[in-house]
Design a protein around this ligand. Structure first.
Ligand code: CA
Ligand code: CA
Length: 282
C-alpha cells in the first residue's frame, strides 16, 4: 500500500483503474465494431459504470488533462452520428415545349389537298370527291370552298371536310418531345350541321399518350361524347390544363379524332362540315 493514501482511497483508485481499463477495452472493441460504443454525451445516469467513467474523465486524479482530452475525443468520435439525410435529387428539368401559341397539327385548315384526300389526316373509310347527287362510296370529302347549296351552312373560309352517311373517323396523331414551360393544350374543332332534315351527331375526342405515335399508356382522354352538330360553324374546344394533369410532362403524343355521319342518309356528303381543327399549346 502506498504511503499517504487511505485504504478506502486506494480501493477506490483500484476500482477506477479497473473500470478505466474496461472502458479502454470497450473503446478498442468498438473501433473494431465488436460492441456498441458508449456515448459520453448521452451517458445513462442510471449506469454505475457510465457514471464512474464520466467522473473519471472529468476528474480522475491519475490522468493528465491531455489524456482526459484524448479519451473525451475518443468517446465523442464513437458517439453515434445521426443518419445523414441525403439531399433530395433535384427534379429533372422537363424538355422545353413549343413556343406559346404554337399550332401543332398538320393541315389544320383542311386547305392542303392531294387528289381527294386532306393532307395529314386519315379517314377510316378513305376519301372521295364531293358528290352533290348519287354519293358514290359515301366517304368523307375535302373541298376548297363550301358548296353553295341551300342545305349547306355558309362560310367565306376555305378548306372543308364533310362527312357522308357511312360512319367515318377523321384523325391525326402528332408527337410531343416535351411540354416544359407550357400550361395548356387547346384542341379546337370548327363544325356545323348540314341541314338536309337531320340533326347529325358527332364525337370529338383528344387522347394524350405516354408514348410516341399513339403508343404507351393513355394519360388523358377528352371527348365531347356524341353530341348534335351546331347549326352554324362553331368552335368546339377541348382543354387539358397542367394544373389538373399531373402527367402533363409525360405526354409524348396526341391523337385528335372526329367521328360522324349524315343521319339523313342522302347519297353524297350531307353529314357535318368542318372548317378547321387546331391543336394549340400555350
Ligand atoms: Ca378551313
Ligand atoms: Ca345531315
Amino acid at each position: 500500500m502506498r504511503q499517504g493514501i487511505s485504504a478506502g482511497d486506494f480501493t477506490n483508485r483500484i476500482n477506477k483503474r479497473f473500470l478505466f481499463a474496461d472502458y479502454t477495452r470497450q473503446v478498442e472493441a468498438a473501433k473494431l465494431g465488436i460492441r456498441t460504443p458508449i456515448n459520453i454525451q448521452g451517458l445513462n445516469a442510471g449506469t454505475n459504470q457510465s457514471s464512474v467513467l464520466k467522473n473519471m474523465i472529468e476528474g480522475a486524479q491519475y490522468t493528465t488533462a491531455a489524456e482526459q482530452q484524448i479519451y473525451i475525443n475518443e468517446v465523442r468520435a464513437l458517439a453515434p452520428t445521426p443518419a445523414s439525410v441525403p439531399e433530395p435529387e433535384p427534379e429533372p428539368e422537363p424538355t422545353p415545349g413549343p413556343e406559346p401559341g404554337t399550332q401543332l397539327l398538320l393541315n389544320p385548315e383542311f386547305t392542303d389537298i392531294t387528289g381527294v384526300a386532306a393532307d395529314g389526316w386519315t379517314s377510316s373509310t378513305g376519301w372521295q370527291a364531293w358528290a352533290y347527287e348519287g354519293g358514290g362510296t359515301n366517304r368523307p370529302c375535302v373541298l376548297t370552298e363550301m358548296p353553295i347549296r341551300d342545305v349547306y351552312p355558309t362560310s367565306t373560309s376555305t378548306g372543308f371536310i364533310i362527312f357522308s352517311y357511312v360512319l367515318a373517323t377523321i384523325s391525326q396523331t402528332i408527337n410531343i418531345t416535351g411540354l416544359g414551360g407550357n400550361n395548356t393544350i387547346n384542341t379546337v374543332l370548327n363544325i356545323a350541321n348540314v341541314s338536309n332534315g337531320s340533326a347529325d351527331q358527332y364525337t370529338f375526342t383528344v387522347i394524350f399518350y405516354g408514348g410516341s405515335n399513339g403508343t404507351g399508356s393513355i394519360l388523358y382522354n377528352l371527348t365531347t361524347g356524341s353530341v348534335t352538330a351546331p347549326s352554324v360553324f362553331t368552335d368546339i374546344t377541348l382543354t387539358l390544363d397542367r394544373d389538373t394533369s399531373p402527367n402533363f410532362d409525360n405526354i409524348r403524343s396526341i391523337k385528335v379524332s372526329i367521328t360522324s355521319r349524315d343521319s339523313g342518309n342522302w347519297g353524297g356528303q350531307y353529314g357535318p362540315a368542318m372548317d378547321y381543327c387546331r391543336l394549340i399549346v400555350n
